[in-house]
Design a protein around this ligand. Structure first.
Ligand SMILES: [Ca+2]
Ligand SMILES: [Ca+2]
Length: 91
């Protein structure tokens, strides 16, 4: 197992057209991207169509071979807690 961590990006539908799988949003059209310099490079002959975080490169983005076994990161919706305050009478 590699030290990378899979996240939600992929260009498996159209090469070099990176989208978030969850929303279909165009990743490279966003203001924020975090590709490691030189990535995505599709350096492996079998192609690199899935996005991982490079642990050894400050968790910057990399394209990698989708079939590699790695840990993965899941997104969880934020839950908002509302606390009610109660008056406390001491005497
Ligand atoms: Ca690719
Ligand atoms: Ca790569």
């Amino acid at each position: 197992m590699s030290d990378g961590v899979w996240i939600d990006g992929s260009d498996s539908l159209v090469e070099n057209s990176w989208t978030w799988i969850d929303t279909g949003a165009d990743i490279n059209a966003q203001e924020f991207t975090k590709w490691f310099p030189g990535e995505p490079n599709s350096i492996h002959k079998e192609g690199e169509d899935c996005m991982d975080l490079l642990h050894h490169e400050n968790y910057n983005w990399n394209d990698n071979v989708c079939e590699y076994k790695q840990n993965f990161l899941c997104e969880k919706k934020q839950v908002k807690f509302v606390c009610q305050q109660q008056a406390v009478t001491l005497f």
